[in-house]
Design a protein around this ligand. Structure first.
Ligand SMILES: Cc1ncc(COP(=O)(O)O)c(C=O)c1O
Length: 400
């Protein structure tokens, strides 16, 4: 069983919720003080000319955004819905609007709602934006999102660039984009945006990738006679779900970043990050009470309250999600329990895909125990097929 510590305050809340709950427990618990400490540490360690935006898609719940807002430089949104949510609750925070397939109505809304920078994904999107900005008499800053061709494609489990993908435009489009921009006065090119991958766990590889972006932009500045002042290097820093005690080396990364940026210090660039998973995953816990335990052939199964309709992360990533067992000691004498076995943890759905973790060795597990999944604060509840089987939603508790 993966080892890592659940903070006492999270454990206490889980136990209190179970004590208060009429039915077996199923809940998300978010540790906001831990989130605050984590983000402050990351942001403070960034070199001076760097900004950290939060990619709202990772977890858009209001208490999470309210915790992050004073600590990050702004929010990155990727749909009209996220833009509306952020602008409704944070009327003045700097906002970046990115993402493929933006509707004209969403682009127009972005022009009306004080979006600092729009990341343009295609030549057609650029033309649409020029027309809309002209119509509104509104000047809008943009970055062009470029899918860089790399001799060695980046290797993580989730790749958005460096090979053919629908994200951004290829380098060969820059010429035409600049021609479009030269014939209008309302759209200002501030720089370039890259987000080639997610799940990056290797700090040195990420530094190499960023170095590659910066060297490329420097070349484009010369080639196209441009002066740009902003480079968005995306998000993509990962969480090590398989070995939770070996996480991305933020300290090494920010130290190395200062060295990389020193090589370009003659350039007036602001470097922007738009991270999601690496910022919020660790603050969230999904707690599922064990309803039943049974053997089938050689395999033991524990059926937990809830399922992948609440917590799709393990199914989406095809991994065994890390968890800890909070023993409760209140199972009845005739209820099953297992000791020193490998267990497969499943939910309540009528599908064999409703699995949190397969064949994980555990010291013991009883009906009534609380299985607590860690790193459930990003791409978890909000990416789940919540309506399937019409089970109720889990409780949601934010520790202040
Ligand atoms: C353009 C863009 N930026 C940022 C992110 C956030 O990525 P992550 O959560 O891996 O940091 C994503 C995620 O898909 C993205 O597509």
């Amino acid at each position: 069983m993966p080892v890592s510590d659940i903070p006492n305050r999270v454990e206490q809340v889980a136990r209190d919720l179970k004590a208060e709950s009429r039915d077996p427990l199923c809940a998300y618990i978010y540790d906001l003080p831990a989130l605050r400490t984590h983000i402050a540490r990351i942001v403070q360690a960034l070199p001076d000319n760097c900004d950290m935006f939060y990619a709202v898609k990772a977890n858009p719940t209001l208490p999470v955004l309210q915790t992050l807002a004073p600590l990050v430089h702004g929010f990155e949104v990727a749909s009209g819905g996220e833009l509306d949510w952020v602008r409704t609750h944070f009327p003045t925070i700097p906002v970046i609007f990115g993402g493929p397939g933006k509707l004209e109505s969403e682009l127009d809304d972005a022009l009306a709602r004080n979006v600092e920078v729009i990341h343009v994904e295609s030549l057609l999107e650029l033309r649409r934006l020029c027309t809309l900005a002209e119509r509104r008499n509104h000047t809008q800053d943009i970055l062009l999102r470029i899918n860089l061709e790399l001799d060695t494609a980046p290797s993580t489990r989730l790749t958005m660039g460096g090979l053919p993908t629908p994200f951004g435009m290829e380098e060969g489009c820059i010429d035409e984009a600049l021609r479009i921009l030269a014939h209008q006065a309302r759209i200002r090119l501030r720089g370039f945006h890259f987000h080639l991958l997610s799940h990056q766990l290797d700090a040195q590889r990420h530094l190499d990738l960023i170095d590659r972006y910066l060297a490329t932009v420097q070349r484009w500045e010369q080639e196209f006679g441009l002066t740009i002042d902003q480079i968005n290097v995306g998000g993509g820093i990962g969480i090590n779900y398989l070995e939770p005690s070996h996480q991305f080396d933020w300290e090494g990364f920010t130290g190395g970043l200062a060295e990389v940026l020193a090589r370009y210090q003659h350039r007036p660039w602001r470097i922007r990050f738009e991270c999601g998973r690496a910022l919020t995953a660790a603050c969230g816990y999904y707690v599922a009470e064990v309803l039943d335990i049974k053997a089938c052939g050689e395999e033991w199964f524990a059926i937990c309250r809830g399922g992948t309709h609440h917590f799709r992360t393990p199914a989406a990533q095809s991994h065994n999600h890390p968890f800890q067992i909070l023993k409760t000691g209140d199972n009845q004498r005739d209820e099953p329990a297992v000791a020193k076995q490998s267990i497969t943890l499943v939910g309540q759905l009528c599908t064999p895909k409703d699995v949190f973790a397969r064949q994980v060795p555990i010291p013991s597990l009883s009906v009534g125990d609380l299985v607590t999944f860690e790193y459930a604060g990003a791409y978890a509840w909000n990416i789940s097929h919540q309506q399937f089987l019409m089970h109720p939603a889990p409780q949601e508790v934010f520790i202040e």
